[in-house]
Ligand binder design. Sequence first.
Ligand code: MN
Length: 489
Amino acid sequence: MTVERIIKKFNDNNPGVDSEILQLAYDFAEEAHRGQIRKSGEPYINHPLHVAYLLAEIKADLATVAAGILHDVPEDTSRTLDDLKNNFGVEIANLVRGITKLGKIKYRGLERYRENLKKMFLAMAVDIRVIFIKFCDRLHNMRTLDYLPEEKQQRIAKETLEIYAPIAGILGIWRLKWQLEDLCFKYLYPEDFNKLEYKYEVEKKAERNNFFNRIKKDLNPQLKEAEINNEIEVRFKHLYSIFQKMKTKDRTFDEINDVFALRVIVEDINDCYKVLGIIHTIWKPKPNRFKDYIAVPKPNGYRSLHTTVFGPEGKLVELQIRTREMHEESIYGLAAHWHYKAKRQENVQKQPAWIKEIIDIQKEFSDTNDFVHKIQLDVFHNRIFVLSPKGDAIELPDGATPIDYAYAIHTKVGNSAVRAIVNEKICRLDYELKNSDVVEIITEKNKIHPNKDWLKFAKTKKAKDAIKQYAKKSPFENIKKFIPGMGRK
Ligand code: MN
């Protein structure tokens, strides 16, 4: 890796931006790290350069890429944060300070590990860019894990899989998430990984390529006729998700149909729907598999049309249709917004709701164990989204019930809820909601008390707090007569 490559990558994504500071950061870091060697035997400077390149790839801004080059300087060399501030200014120095504060994760038991996690969540809440640097640092360390002793490999891989990869998913940086997961997979389940990789890369490669070529052969002339500029892409390989599906759904490799997935990238939203129409006239769509994430984006902002069709030979194939802009967003997640909106202030406003949740939880829990547990439970629990009858998307944690939905709409709706209508069927309030369920809450005007028993199945902090608050306030214990979902008085 060279600084020239980083500068080129950065300039490609940011034409016209003066990137001289990257060269200066390199000169400074190279001198500071001179003589240091990585476990792989390379000069140490290669590591921060790789980190900076990864940052440039996800379109990080200038200060972040520069901080990537400098990120290990205060920790590992005689140069201090003050030196960085004097040479590169407050913004870059603060980013490096954020990384340095996170520290090297030193594996000294569970206690220490949780302490590190807490630091990470808090750093994220202060400036999300620090976490992007930390993630690229982690990705490069994962790529060079071979040089560490096996016990350390296992610990780092486990931690990456449990903490870093899910956070990357929440931030919507799928490319990073997949890369981290596949690397962890390789170290944590080497046998399964090797088997799957062999199947994917050797046994199935020709078959897959033939199949994709047939699809393209059928699709291309029609797209041409409709004069739709497009690019067809075979989906990024992601062995870990195939492995997980095989395990959780107890299926064989060949039964996981979305191994066959294609992506059609077009110029504008109109074309997305046109392409969808064309696809559905060539191949029969599988019922219930069409998802319009353009009209109703996912909570993390993801947009695309998804459909699964019976392709050549009746084989199921998933197609994703999106514009170039949507495509970039799906790869780079939150980072993609930097590209268009360079001002940090705007980024702060774009912060997802969970950052505020982290800050709130931090105020509430001083004990590190509780804090981390709470965050894992409340913030980083898998998310689903459901729809109001009007089509508004409401984000909820996995396993949420209509009660969580009701409180997400309004405390009054929650308090006076008696039952729910989910996908036009009457449901109990403890019903477990699924992605894209359409939910309506039936309330009773005179009922203003939540039911304490709802605590048994409420999942969100908002719902639990509201129910508890009433339970505390209420002088009566008679609210138990509202049996969940029965709606009886
Ligand atoms: Mn590093």
